[in-house]
Ligand binder design. Structure first.
Ligand SMILES: *Cc1c(COP(=O)(O)O)cnc(C)c1O
Length: 386
């Protein structure tokens, strides 16, 4: 018999499996499914980025192995974008590393720092690679519950001394997937203090830094004093420029942390397709007014969905950032059964919160990735079954 490694066996179960299967079955039956389940933009990549890719793809110079550490042109475009967005200077030589999507970097990073039995401090619910990357590197995730009572921020004071001593890394993700919560300056200041005191590396995942509304603007941890000694930050073009399928993002921050990740990756991949790198340069250095159009679109959808759900008596949170609406179910309703019921009775896909971790139990997540018309149709169907 083939026996899987202990690490693979130790990965959390994939709880969306049943929902995925049911969704496929329903589609095969020809039912008109409204999919609010996936965090993948429905709009196309802006045309000027596609054109940059097409031009670059025609050039044979771009057909060969790319540089592992990314093109100098891309690293400097990232540095310029970062400076204009956060007013933070990054050295493109040592403090920026392009990635084949940020997920890859997040999942590989723990390999550079964990020894067997080491802990990482992981928010729960969370984006799954924080736990997966930890376990694949031989470590163990220590869960920090994200609770409504604490605005979905981890309560650092509650982390026991024994866990702090064994931990090497703390994962943070604001604006947050799946809750839509945002961090404030006080939390970031305390987080840096906590990390320095406990000799922890902070991984800050900023995948949603550009998806914000109502005058709110997420900050980078690297804007805060002392951050440069402890922080590696992960960015992605996926959500910002509707480029999830293209696979491009970057890590930046402390040069030793960036170099360690580069060392891991040099044993695994051989860089990003150069034509994609040049398209990323076009995205980051082109006109950014497209971003405001996207924000307006998501904000309108958010208000349509949240207002509609509230009218029906649902407890839906209105996020200041991200394209996720986090919805509290009434007490004792199991999130997986509720999602199954929505699909069965209303042909609507939503993600059960417990799929992101046990502290997501009692919630479901809806993504703002369908048109307002479809959202209104979803609301009509929900009304019918409630
Ligand atoms: C979508 C997402 C990412 C982006 O992943 P890519 O690999 O860059 O596409 C990273 N973190 C979170 C929390 C996400 O939701």
């Amino acid at each position: 018999m083939l026996k899987l490694s202990k690490k693979i066996q130790g990965l959390p179960p994939y709880l969306f499996l049943e929902i995925d299967k049911a969704k496929r079955r329903a589609r095969a039956e020809g039912r008109d499914i409204i999919d609010l389940g996936i965090g993948d933009p429905d709009q196309p990549t802006p045309k000027f980025i596609i054109e940059a890719l097409a031009r670059a793809a025609m050039d044979p110079a771009n057909h060969r192995y790319a540089l592992d550490q990314g093109m100098p042109l891309l690293r400097s475009a990232i540095g310029d974008w970062y400076k204009s967005r956060f007013n933070v200077d990054l050295n493109p030589e040592t403090e920026i590393l392009p990635l084949i999507g940020s997920k890859e970097g997040i999942a590989h990073f723990p390999l550079a720092f964990l020894n067997p039995g080491d802990l990482t401090l992981v928010p729960d619910p969370c984006y799954p690679p924080y736990k997966g990357g930890t376990i694949l590197a031989g470590g163990r995730p220590y869960l920090m519950p994200l609770l409504a009572a604490n605005d979905f921020l981890p309560d650092l004071k509650k982390i026991p001394l024994a866990a702090r001593k064994k931990a090497r890394i703390i994962f943070i993700n604001y604006p947050n997937n799946p809750t839509g919560a945002c961090a404030n300056d006080k939390f970031y200041t305390e987080l840096i203090e906590f990390a320095v005191k406990n000799k922890l590396i902070i991984i800050s995942d900023l995948a949603y830094s550009e998806m914000f509304y109502d005058g709110y603007r997420p900050r980078s941890l690297l804007e805060f004093p002392g951050a440069r000694q402890a922080v590696i930050e992960f960015h992605s073009l996926s959500k910002t420029y509707n480029m999830t399928g293209w696979r491009v993002g970057w890590a930046c921050g402390n040069p030793q942390l960036v170099a360690a990740l580069a060392k891991v990756k040099s044993n695994i991949d051989s860089g990003i397709f150069s034509a994609v790198q040049l398209a990323a340069v076009a995205a980051l250095s082109g006109k950014q007014d497209y971003l405001q159009e996207m924000r307006d679109l998501y904000r309108q959808r958010r208000d349509c969905l949240v207002d509609g759900l509230k009218c029906l008596g649902w407890e839906a949170m209105r996020p200041k950032a991200t394209f996720y609406v986090w919805i509290k179910l009434s007490a004792k309703v199991d999130a997986i059964s509720f999602a199954a019921h929505l699909l069965q009775a209303a042909d609507i896909v939503a993600t059960p919160g417990v799929g992101f971790g046990r502290w997501g139990q009692g919630y479901i997540r809806m993504a703002l990735t369908v048109s307002e018309d479809r959202m209104k149709e979803a609301l009509r169907r929900i009304k019918k079954i409630s």
